[in-house]
Design a protein around this ligand. Structure first.
Ligand code: UDP
Length: 234
């Protein structure tokens, strides 16, 4: 295995599968099986999930809501997704812990860094819910922050595209994929990998980011093995 400990970031939207809203249970199960397979190889895995399939603060603000209120709703949405993934993971037989940045003691533990590391050492998959716990941030930033805090070797961003392209491959058919790219090249070419706060946090702390297509079963294993099927930013 190329890594010892990684942080997997999944967007909320990825949990929708082919649906327009909410959680597709087949998709969650596929993710859980892929994650378990990688975990079984000995890799320590922490996970951050977004909430965009349920609620996004920025969109709600555009609809007239108070931004801070809306962002807290977005953070709660990530907890719903985290609980769905936790359930699916436990059905595959792995031990998990959900830790949130907002206290919800009846359903999960509060995020405590030392405890999170201990869970990982004890071979539990740790899911970090409720983002950073602060409005105006994103779950990409939560992923970068938690990855740094737990000393992860890389952030693996599982998306529906298989890497970073010169342009949006869904709009521009001539777009080509980068296998490797530096943080500086991402800035210079104005590429969209993560939001700037999240991205800068990774750069400043020399935390590599790998963007890959999580929707294809088995891809996560290939990435964990060091196959270059995505894009590595470092
Ligand atoms: N959010 C927040 N602070 C955080 C993380 C998330 O306020 O630290 C809110 C924000 O409103 C965001 C929503 O939670 O729109 C869902 O997270 P995100 O958009 O990052 O999810 P994704 O795009 O990955 O599905």
């Amino acid at each position: 295995m190329k890594y010892k400990r990684i942080l997997l970031k999944l967007s909320g939207e990825s949990l929708m599968g082919d649906k327009q809203y909410g959680i597709d249970s087949d998709r969650v199960l596929q993710y859980a099986q892929d994650i378990k397979a990688v975990h079984d190889t000995g890799l320590e895995i922490a996970i951050v999930i977004g909430g965009g399939n349920i609620f996004r603060g920025l969109s709600a603000e555009k609809g007239g809501m108070d931004r801070v209120q809306a962002d807290y709703m977005g953070m709660l949405a990530t907890v719903i997704n985290s609980m769905a993934l936790q359930d699916a993971l436990e059905k595959t037989g792995v031990k998990t812990r959900l830790m949130t940045a907002i206290k919800m003691e009846q359903i999960c533990e509060p995020f405590i860094r030392r405890r999170a590391v201990r869970h990982l050492e004890k071979r539990r998959i740790v899911i970090f819910g409720a983002g950073t716990g602060n409005p105006y941030f994103t779950t990409d930033t939560a992923a970068s922050l938690r990855a740094i805090e737990i000393n992860a070797d890389a952030v693996l961003k599982g998306t529906r595209v298989d890497g970073i392209y010169t342009a949006d491959p869904e709009k521009d058919p001539t777009a080509t994929k980068y296998e490797n790219i530096t943080f500086q090249e991402v800035y210079d070419n104005n590429l969209n990998v993560m939001d700037m706060t999240a991205f800068t946090l990774c750069q400043e702390n020399k935390l590599p980011i790998i963007v890959f297509d999580m929707n294809k079963a088995g891809n996560f294993m290939r990435i964990a093995n060091g196959d270059s099927i995505g894009t590595l930013v470092k």
